[in-house]
Design a protein around this ligand. Structure first.
Ligand code: SER
Length: 879
């Protein structure tokens, strides 16, 4: 059974049990401050469990792209070393939102595994929660009884809180779970050791494949559990592990999910992967680990980029960069890849998964380019790091390299510590690991302290309310506060998050910043400094709470700021259309920021835009502003219809079945943002910069309306000042040109005069040489620039046989000194200009150096020049 069939059968099975099949949510999360990436199938449904929203159906199933590389569930450092952990994996899942519970969930799981997939019953074990008296959660008798009717009791295992109580993070919905484990060892192995004893014991062939969670509780910020309003089911099955079991393999990497990628790596690097049917030698195992790291990591990185997350230096982008760097580094050390190669795997991935996940196919080129560029840049870093490490080794007296030095390499250059340790070992050095760990810990403590946030539990004033957003039609509304939460962070201090029963405040999203404004009651006014979305809630941020939180308020959006943002947002849509029509339809939005001051737009395009193209884009947008196009806003149209009518949808964005489309003339986008009623409100559009953000991604910054006025006013101001400085000429440009011509003429004249001066000086000084021990000596201070003094020293030395010349001068208030020594004196008398400059340099508080025939120095003490020159003769007398 191919992996494609495995996926299909799962979805078909649950569709037949009344489940709505939904697409995977993007891998990168946008509206959840507690999670960077989707780490489980249920993450996108979290709010439904908590009662903050209603799902489309109370039975849903899907396959979800998951990434476990940060936070509570982080497998990154294990990946490669075993055969069944991954950074990115697919989680097949079925959900009940307040509908069916344990009986159906368990029975269907059993039916699917044993009857559809036909996994032999004797290969399966299940676990049930044993209970936790401290938390007041009893033994899961209900699950036990349901299993006992299906399976031999001997195959049911009791599990503790760690294994059988599932929690997504430190807070949030959770509950006891029942896991299904599969034993895929050979008959001989099974006869020797019972599978039951190997469950939950990190055995590579006795692994958990499916987790059925019975969501009943919410873990609160203070650590306590509260009952959820309803009971739900959340299940997650590891797709790659299931494929392993169904394809008769003993490693996920031997299934068709990975083998095409592995073959490509083998073809590029010439190294062979030894599959799990054979026991690899120690050397082969190293290669195996590296190949597993590469083929695993490329999936995580490629899908994250396809969902709009570019590698970067902060947040989710940094996690992606680190995953890719881990793969590059394993390739570099164990597969001998010194050139970018991981990017070549993207086409294999696109062929394999593109049918089910079209985002990877349609963005194949972009993903390849971004990975290639990241690889090239990190390989340069590795190269630089190797040189730096060589230097550290060279300077080291003993054989132990200080941990702090290795940490500096790691921290400043991103040079991996295990690579440092490996190279040091190879060269007979040792790394002070304790020192490195201490430095690392210190840095972690610093950054943890800086990012500490404590979030209290919600205090709910009006339960069961689902907040409605009224901001498309109003900027003011009568509201009541429904819940409040206090958040204390090192970064922002104490802030209160306020949720209202309805709100005109637009929460940050789709690039547009959140609204600011006020909450006004009869007695007080509270400033709202920002508005953000957290899953399905709209949070209003305030520095203080009203005295009477139960009062009625008028929520008033700051309309001036909102109006400026809306002009920038509508201009962004027009510019997007302009870019696609002028540069081509390969242009896709890759990031956007819209605030009251300006707009920033990142998009895929392979070359720097020319001046003409930029002008064309400005003209295109300004023409549409002049046409005074009215906003045509359509709310709640079916997604498929909007796309069919030509609305642009973005990769990595999660759309509901019903969407909002924003249309200005021919521009039509799916968008939740705030827009102008007519493009005339934008007044004017001006691009202020264009540049690169990453390989194949450009960024434009532009301004509209008031900012354009300010921009032109500031140019006019500068121009007026220039005019004034030029004494108000009729034609400024002509005045500047004639000044430039005049300047060039004067420069030429000055060069001529200087040359004459130096020639005159040279002739004069040639007569001033004196003799010591047969050497023609000259020491003088001259009134020339440093470079002219240098040239003159050489010219005089060349013109006089057996010469020893020292000239000094002052430039910009600092002394400089130069020494020329004729070749025969260097050779016969052992004189050395380099040494002379070092000696004379002392008098001017300076230093310098050069060759035995010629050297220069600079200093700080002008008064020391006389003493330096007075000492020239003594050098010759000494020699
Ligand atoms: N939430 C559970 C898990 O991730 C089941 O989906 O394991």
């Amino acid at each position: 059974m191919t992996s494609q069939d495995v996926r299909k059968q799962f979805l078909e099975f649950f569709a037949s049990k009344g489940h709505l099949i939904v697409p995977s949510a993007p891998i990168v999360l946008k509206d959840d401050p507690t999670l960077m990436f989707n780490n489980s199938g249920m993450a996108q449904f979290k709010e439904y469990f908590l009662g903050n929203g209603t799902p489309k159906s109370n039975r849903i199933a899907d396959t979800q792209k998951c990434l476990r590389v940060s936070g509570k569930h982080n497998d990154l450092e294990d990946v490669g070393f075993d055969t069944y952990h991954h950074t990115m994996f697919e989680m097949l899942g079925n959900w009940s939102f307040g509908d069916y519970f344990k009986k159906e969930a368990i029975n269907w799981a059993w039916e699917l595994l044993t009857e559809v997939y036909k996994i032999p019953k004797e290969n399966l074990y299940v676990s049930v929660f044993e209970g936790n008296p401290a938390e007041n959660v009893p033994f899961d008798q209900e699950a036990w009884d349901i299993w006992a009717a299906l399976i031999d009791e001997d195959r049911i295992i009791l599990g503790n809180k760690k294994d059988n109580f599932w929690e997504m993070g430190d807070q949030g919905p959770c509950g006891p779970c029942s896991e299904i484990h599969v034993d895929i060892r050979s008959a001989e192995e099974k006869a020797l050791v019972s599978g039951k004893s190997l469950v939950n014991n990190d055995h590579p062939q006795v692994v958990e494949i499916w987790n059925n969670v019975f969501m009943e509780f919410n873990r609160k910020a203070d650590g306590s559990l509260e009952k959820l309003p309803a009971k739900h089911v959340d299940t997650g099955m590891g797709f790659e592990r299931l494929c392993m079991a169904l394809q008769g393999k003993t490693s996920n990497y031997d299934t068709d999910v990975f083998t095409p990628l592995i073959e490509k790596v083998e073809q590029i690097t010439g190294f062979k992967y030894v599959d799990n049917a054979v026991t690899p030698s120690a050397v082969e195992e190293k290669t195996n680990i590296a190949i597993r790291v590469v083929v695993d990591h490329v999936r995580a990185v490629a899908f994250a980029i396809a969902d709009g997350q570019l590698p970067s230096n902060t947040g989710a982008g940094y996690v992606i960069r680190r995953i890719l760097r881990r793969a590059i580094r394993y390739g570099f050390t164990f597969l001998n890849t010194k050139e970018p190669f991981i990017n070549q795997l993207v086409s294999v991935l696109a062929n394999q998964m593109g049918e089910f996940f079209p985002e990877i196919k349609s963005q194949q080129q972009l993903v390849t380019n971004v990975i290639r560029e990241e690889e090239a840049s990190f390989l340069r870093t590795l190269d630089q790091g190797l040189q730096l490490l060589d230097k550290v080794i060279e300077e080291e007296k003993g054989t132990i390299i200080a941990g702090a030095k290795a940490f500096e390499l790691y921290d400043t250059f991103g040079f991996p510590i295990d690579l440092t340790a490996l190279i040091l070992r190879e060269k007979g050095f040792e790394l002070d690991e304790a020192g490195f760990n201490a430095a690392m810990q210190e840095q972690k403590n610093r950054s943890r302290a800086a990012s500490e946030v404590s979030t209290e539990d919600w205090s709910v004033l009006i339960p069961g309310n689902v907040e409605s957003f009224v901001g498309y039609d109003q900027s003011e509304s009568d509201v009541k506060i429904t819940r409040i939460r206090k958040v204390d962070s090192k970064k922002d201090g104490i802030l209160y998050q306020i949720v209202l029963d309805n709100t005109p405040f637009y929460p940050e999203g789709g690039g547009q910043v959140g609204d600011k404004g006020t909450l006004v009651s009869a007695n007080e006014t509270i400033e709202i400094i920002d508005t953000k979305k957290e899953n399905n809630l709209i949070l209003h941020f305030a520095k203080q709470l009203p005295e009477n939180v139960n009062a009625g308020f008028v929520a008033k959006v700051n309309s001036d700021l909102r109006s400026l943002s809306s002009r920038n947002h509508s201009a962004t849509h027009l510019m997007h259309q302009a870019l696609r029509s002028i540069l081509g339809t390969h242009v896709e939005q890759k990031g956007s920021l819209v605030n009251p001051n300006y707009l920033r737009f990142d998009f895929s395009h392979f070359a720097k835009m020319t001046e003409t193209e930029l002008q064309q884009v400005e003209d295109f947008v300004n023409a549409r502003i002049q046409q005074q196009l009215p906003l045509i806003e359509r709310r709640n149209i079916p997604f498929a219809q909007a796309v069919q009518e030509g609305a642009m949808a973005l990769f990595g964005e999660k759309y509901g079945d019903e969407v909002r489309a924003i249309k200005f003339g021919e521009s039509m986008e799916l968008c939740g943002g705030i827009h102008v009623k007519n493009t005339a409100e934008i007044w004017h559009f001006k691009i202020v910069s264009e540049g690169a953000v990453a390989a194949g991604i450009r960024r434009i910054e532009a301004i509209t309306s008031d900012a354009v006025k300010a921009h032109f006013a500031s140019y006019e101001n500068t121009l007026n000042e220039v005019k004034l400085a030029l004494k108000n000429p009729q034609d400024i440009l002509k005045a500047v040109h004639s000044m430039q011509e005049e300047n060039a003429k004067l420069k030429k004249q000055m060069e001529q005069l200087l040359k004459e001066k130096i020639d005159g000086l040279k002739n004069k000084l040639l007569l001033e040489f004196y003799e010591i021990n047969g050497v023609n000596v000259l020491d003088r201070r001259v009134d020339l620039s440093m470079s002219a003094t240098k040239d003159l020293t050489q010219a005089l030395g060349n013109a006089k046989p057996n010469s020893f010349v020292v000239l000094a001068s002052v430039e910009d208030g600092l002394p400089n000194i130069h020494c020329y020594i004729a070749k025969e004196l260097v050779e016969k008398k052992g004189l050395n200009a380099n040494k002379v400059i070092k000696e004379l340099g002392q008098y001017i508080d300076g230093n310098g150096g050069g060759q035995p025939f010629f050297a220069s120095g600079k200093g700080k003490n002008v008064a020391g020049i006389t003493e330096a020159l007075n000492n020239v003769a003594s050098i010759l007398i000494r020699n």
